[in-house]
Design a protein. Structure first.
Lengths: 63, 395
């Protein structure tokens, strides 16, 4: 099985504004917003990259 | 914290949640409303424009949350031809520009004053289920986890709603049906306090740039971009910054705040209730897909939702069947317009800058008797019949 791409959510506050856009659009509901921390479930995430597009400030990177 | 019992548990203390909680309590139900943030209304995720006509019907009195009252909207085409619309005709984001932190708090105060218990910094972790029905939520406050049991749970947890998904109600939306939004609050800008302004076309693919004045040189300057039209990381910010750079009256301003968020621009979803649970507001995808405004619809549905919740408590029937009163009630008031505006949005997002210019060019010199999609198309048809060809089903 090919290994999944690397997904990185910058949620230390340098880019992320904790707006929840990624959480709401995630088709697998695997991104979580906990006030000032965003995490995602590495195992469930398929790297569909929709959250990358939904993020208004470019805090989510994939590669 | 020991486990709690109540009759109605409302998850989320935004406008739709507070409205639902208030009307449930007013009708005699015991209500707990939880909010994951420490401060109701903050951070703001909104342009802060609302229309006026619906407020009285849901029991909201004008208060200190009003920044200012506008006369109408101005729609700018890509070459910046302008079409003015009277406030009454201008859709659900035009009338008052509000201070959302104060507005949301006032609605929560109204709820608390009729007996709703409000818990801050309290986040739902998962639903409690018994025999396939929702019977409350497991919540976390500080380091503590406990249960709040209730025969009726209301999901008012906004655009990023978890409650609906946990409860098995399909609320997923496609990238075509979402706008990604970013907004600066700016000071020292040259905006006209008489209008909420909207800029259409390639400046904001599948959305628009807005300027909502807040008085004394202050304004919310924001953008929504359809997610399916995003081509690079941070497109929303790139487009907004570019728009500001090209408008000297705004480029000279100073940014004092930046907020963002997602807005659903979808057709109405098929189901908003299940056994023991109802969804309301942005969580139920009730945002107007044409304007992106969600507050009025959330509050109108919230009043019905709260009233039905209280009736279900008294009747002892928190069932999907009983909740059809809510499902049918909110649809009777909102569904047709949501669907119609979704169809209009589907067309609008395909228009070229040239067509936007032609449409606004016709409208700026035209005295419309009443603003409607039909009347607009009729006016455009007289001058540019080729433009309205695609819209024949609306004519």
């Amino acid at each position: 099985m090919p290994s999944k791409k690397h997904l990185h959510i910058e949620s230390s506050g340098q880019l992320c504004i904790y707006c929840g856009a990624c959480v709401g659009i995630c088709p697998l509901n695997c991104i979580y917003l906990d006030e000032t921390r965003i995490t995602f479930d590495e195992k469930v995430c398929t790297r569909c990259e929709i959250c990358v597009k939904a993020c208004p400030v470019g805090a989510i990177e994939i590669g | 914290m020991p486990d709690l019992k109540t009759e109605v548990l409302v998850i989320g203390a935004g406008p739709a949640g507070s409205m639902t909680a208030k009307w449930a309590a007013k009708n005699g139900a015991k209500v707990v409303m939880i909010e994951k943030r420490q401060e109701i209304g903050s951070p703001v995720r909104c342009g802060e424009g609302i229309s006026k006509s619906w407020l009285e019907g849901v029991g909201i009195k004008p208060g200190r949350w009003i920044n200012l009252e506008v006369e109408g909207a101005r729609i700018f085409s890509p070459s910046e031809k302008v079409f003015e619309i009277n406030e009454k005709d201008a859709g659900n984001e035009v009338g008052y520009v509000v201070e959302r932190t104060a507005f949301d708090k006032q609605l929560a105060i109204d709820a608390a004053n009729v007996g709703v218990d409000v818990f801050l910094k309290t986040a739902a972790m998962t639903m409690l289920k018994e025999n396939g029905r929702i019977v409350g939520a497991k919540v976390k406050r500080g380091g503590e986890t406990f249960e709040i049991r209730a025969p009726i749970t209301i999901g008012a947890d906004g655009f990023e709603s978890q409650v609906g998904r946990w409860a098995g109600i399909p609320t997923n939306i496609s990238t075509r049906d979402m706008d990604t939004c970013l907004q600066y609050r700016m000071t020292n800008v040259d905006c006209d306090v008489r209008y909420c302004d909207f800029y259409l076309g390639k400046v904001a693919p599948g959305g628009y740039v807005w300027v909502f004045p807040k008085g004394e040189g202050l304004a919310n300057v924001g953008i929504g971009v359809q997610v399916s039209k995003v081509t690079a990381m941070a497109d929303a910010r790139t487009y907004l910054d570019r728009w500001i750079d090209h408008h000297p009256g705004y480029a000279k301003g100073k940014k004092i705040d930046m907020v963002g968020g997602g807005v659903s621009i979808s057709a109405p979803i098929k189901q908003t209730v299940a056994d023991g649970i109802m969804l309301v507001g942005d969580a139920a995808r009730m945002i107007d897909p044409l304007t992106g405004g969600g507050i009025a619809n959330g509050c109108i549905a919230g009043k019905i939702c709260g009233t039905v919740a209280a009736e279900a408590v008294h009747a002892g029937t928190p069932t999907k069947e009983f909740f059809q009163q809510y499902e049918k009630g909110w649809r009777a008031l909102l569904e047709e317009k949501l669907y119609r505006n979704w169809l209009a949005k589907e067309k609008l997002v395909q228009l070229s800058d040239d067509v936007f210019d032609k449409v606004i060019d016709v409208l700026q010199g035209y005295k419309l008797e009443k603003l409607s999609v039909h009347n607009i198309l009729k006016a455009v048809h007289e001058k540019y019949p080729e433009v309205t060809k695609e819209f024949e089903e609306f004519l």
